[in-house]
Design a protein around this ligand. Structure first.
Ligand SMILES: NS(=O)(=O)c1ccc(C(=O)NCc2cccc(F)c2F)cc1
Ligand SMILES: [Zn+2]
Length: 262
């Protein structure tokens, strides 16, 4: 899978992030201003083809929990939308708050959601490994899906039920046959897209962001299980709840956010 045991330095929500990333002209996350976004009629529908058989495991990396996919072949892919190439799914993960008032990394006209899903893909037409693609400006494509509190999400529940097994940092549990398309909103034709970066170190400016307009609904209790995870490993004396694992918003600088809808 794509998230090689790249151990993030002890980064927590209040992590002392570099004030400016070298040449940081396209950092993420950002606020999406609807009235400043530009409708682009040339944006195509998104095409996702995910094979649940490529789902492998869940890993608590001390920052979020990642559901990792076998990305050694083109079995779970993304193309279309703003993308010129075909991209391979390597993992998905989430960002959330300590309560339902905040937690997402992106916002829409400053509206905060309690959580945000990121489906991480890398350009398998141009590169042969995630670690390579992550250093290139057209290397990654991340689909962002906002989550709001409402009815229970049946597809998410299988994942929620597995979380107690990865409560501590560096724990891994086998997790198979999960189709991440169940986490996409029913309307994937309405999205915003912009050129950005990873939102955790190394913050590389390699990401084409595709942010869905329609949020998915998850229950209060499902989000509460996310908050039962820990930043800390089993050995550490002081246990810290894994909450507020989002980055502070970055300036748009000289970028335009395009919308696939008017
Ligand atoms: N929140 S997000 O969607 O922007 C995001 C997506 C992926 C990663 C990641 O893979 N990091 C580990 C990692 C592994 C190998 C090489 C890397 F450079 C690297 F960052 C970090 C943030
Ligand atoms: Zn993320």
């Amino acid at each position: 899978a794509c998230s090689s045991r790249f151990v993030l330095s002890q980064m927590h929500p209040m992590w002392q992030e570099p004030l400016e990333v070298p040449g940081g002209e396209r950092q993420s996350p950002i606020d999406i201003s609807i009235r400043k976004s530009v409708f682009d009629p040339n944006l195509k529908p998104l095409v996702t083809r995910y094979d649940p058989r490529t789902c492998q495991q869940i890993w608590n990396n001390g920052y979020s929990f990642l559901v990792e996919y076998d990305d050694r072949t083109d079995k779970s892919t993304l193309h279309g939308g703003p993308l010129e190439d075909q991209f391979r799914l390597c993992q998905f993960h989430f960002h959330w708050g300590e309560n339902n008032n905040w937690g997402s990394e992106h916002t829409v006209d400053r509206h905060l959601y309690p959580a945000e899903l990121h489906l991480v893909h890398w350009n398998s037409d141009k590169y042969s490994l995630f670690e390579e693609a992550v250093m290139e400006d057209n290397g990654l494509a991340v689909i962002g899906v906002f989550m709001k509190v409402g009815k229970r999400h049946e597809g998410l529940q299988k994942l929620v039920d597995a979380l107690p097994a990865v409560r501590h940092k560096d724990s891994v549990v086998e997790f198979t046959k999960f189709d991440p398309s169940c986490l996409l909103p029913q309307n994937t034709n309405e999205y915003w897209t912009y050129a950005g970066s990873l939102t955790t170190p190394p913050l590389t400016e390699a990401v084409t962001w595709i942010i869905m307009k329609q949020p998915i609904e998850v229950s209060h209790d499902q989000l509460a299980v996310f908050r039962s995870l820990l930043f800390t490993s089993a050995e550490e004396e002081v246990q810290k709840s894994m909450v507020n694992n989002f980055r502070v918003q970055q300036s748009l600088k000289d970028r335009t956010v395009r919308s696939s809808f008017n």
